[in-house]
Design a protein around this ligand. Sequence first.
Ligand code: PLP
Length: 377
Amino acid sequence: MSDDGHLKPATLAANPPGGAVADGAVVPPWQPATTYTAGGESNYSYLRADGPQFADAERRLAALENGADALLFGSGMAAADAVFRGLAPGSRVIIPEIMYWALRDWLKGGGSGLALDIASVPNGDAAALRQALASAPTALVWIETPANPLWSITDIAETAELSHAAGARLAVDSTAATPILTRPLELGADIVMHSATKYLNGHSDVLAGALVTARDDEAWARIRTCRTYGGANAGTFEAWLLVRGMRTLALRVERASANAMELAQRLSNHADIVEVLYPGLPHHRGHAIAQRQMQGGFGGMLSIRVKGGYEAAARVAGATRLFHQATSLGGVESLIEHRAPVEGPTSPVPDDLLRLSVGIEDVDDLHADLLSALAGG
Ligand SMILES: *Cc1c(COP(=O)(O)O)cnc(C)c1O
């Protein structure tokens, strides 16, 4: 675990110790070099293996998640892929039924070409997980919490205990929670994954992913090899921009969470809304667990189900003025997306669901925008 474990996430994001670099500058320089002089001042050789720009971002990510080491990737999907690619062929993996759609499709749809035995269990269902773990030796349990796009909550500590008792490792996609609200490694997870494209960068201008490990062990070495040989690195400028974005992570996440909570409450009794899905609401199925494992808020993501089904959802998504109708999440600007047409006919997501990535704008303006769209624009 990192020596900076006693410092709070807001400090580690904005101003981690050891952050000052050459000439006393308080921000890191951008170093685009792809190759380094042999026998020179550093141990760096070729950028696909490692470089100072990655190392700077990774040091910050490891401190934020209180992990032993971190690896930066070219996207969240590349980071997740390296975890699965690092497993022995034939390994059994348990994933949730509802999770980030592209990753589920990559694993279950066979497109990845990975020879893995993939089983899925309902999100947050400990009894089903226990049963799945008992039915065959399992290498890895993968969870996402809050899980896109229903924002279902899974108890990380309980899942870690069950997984470890069965000899499996636990990886957590913590993109929606961010290290400001949840630190899965402290709750017993072995690996935490982020789409750094989302909250960590926060400005919708970087594609990147990250893994942080609890231990620098053999499994981690295999993942590192997957990145180095597979060439799944981020660009150096992306790494620099990511660090710049991370400096305001705590402020952005706190504001987005507060806005999302306020909108969830205000929309709960709206006549044209069937259901508001947000873990901060007391009636949400995972609320008690979320309260335990999330600190300082429940995140900036919420979904609403609108009356009138698919057609009504499509109409509302096209009628907002502040909420951009766009995919992705975690930026300072609010986004709205009708998920059904994106995920296709095999998706378990309701037809009438709109996913909102709540930004840091004024909450009254966001509320008025949604009310106007619900009323017909
Ligand atoms: C976006 C996202 C991913 C994939 O990350 P990319 O950076 O788009 O490759 C994985 N999981 C979650 C929860 C995401 O939101």
